[in-house]
Design a protein around this ligand. Sequence first.
Ligand SMILES: NC(=O)C1=CN([C@@H]2O[C@H](COP(=O)(O)OP(=O)(O)OC[C@H]3O[C@@H](n4cnc5c(N)ncnc54)[C@H](OP(=O)(O)O)[C@@H]3O)[C@@H](O)[C@H]2O)C=CC1
Ligand SMILES: O=C(O)[C@@H]1CCC=N1
Length: 274
Amino acid sequence: MEQRKLAFIGAGNMTRSLISGLIQAGYPADAIWAANPSREKLDSLAADFGIHITQDNAEAASRCEALVLAVKPQMMAAMLSPLVQSLGGFGDKLLISIAAGISLSRLEQMTGGHDKLVRTMPNTPSLLGLGMTGLHAKAHIDESDRRYCEQMMQCVGKTLWVSEEDGINQVIAAAGSAPAYFFLFMEAMAEHAEKQGFSAEQARLLIQQTALGAAHMVEANPQLSLAELRAQVTSKGGTTAEAIRSFQEQDLNKLVGQAMTAAVARARELEAQL
Ligand SMILES: NC(=O)C1=CN([C@@H]2O[C@H](COP(=O)(O)OP(=O)(O)OC[C@H]3O[C@@H](n4cnc5c(N)ncnc54)[C@H](OP(=O)(O)O)[C@@H]3O)[C@@H](O)[C@H]2O)C=CC1
Ligand SMILES: O=C(O)[C@@H]1CCC=N1
């Protein structure tokens, strides 16, 4: 991929995932900067990946052509305001936000009218190169900037462009927040398995291997619908049918739909607040 000078502002979990993926994909460490107020995460990024680090956001930003805005949504305005001041604007730099709940128009305001912006929504499996990232940009963002963002995110997983900005909020519900839904489901299964006499370690093994196997089955069989894969496990008059009947009696689909709707509602609420 194109190797622009790239700065990460905020050196938390998502930054670590992205830097790890970029380095593994052959992006030169010398072209990457990370900035963060506290030192510890920076030191460990420098030790692990050999990138440049600084506690001064303006230093990282001024040295780079592309910036990943990787602070918590609630910190974005407080981070950008002094940065805009000390740089006197972002010039021709490409700004890539990974934050939930901050719209492009709000980012434009926070950056003093800068409009070379791309919104992305990754998720934590990016840490393992198994991420899923949604991307959105307004029509004026050119092809090379789009390709650059897409290739960066493809270093840590798969990507999907959404044509409407609200699609990013739908990506949050279906992918950004979604690893936690699967963890919650696995927690519930593990808790029950433990109650039936398995040790915590045994319960985790049973459930993690099954979840992994199920995800691989989906990936390896694109010709089969999810319902068909489920049908393959569900023998007529058998055990699975009873478990599925029990889920459906509780209207699992409605429950899941409500949870995803709640995630989108919260993302929209943040967009209105921040
Ligand atoms: N976690 C997830 O599953 C996902 C998160 N996101 C988005 O990614 C973004 C980052 O999340 P995540 O990596 O999990 O969060 P983290 O809290 O792990 O990282 C945020 C980092 O920003 C640093 N920071 C705080 N203030 C500033 C500042 N003024 N200048 C520079 N750095 C600052 C913090 O430093 P310190 O700790 O030293 O205060 C921290 O290291 C969020 O906007 C979130 O919405 C998107 C998709 C998935
Ligand atoms: O929970 C959150 O707000 C962030 C965004 C998606 C995943 N974590």
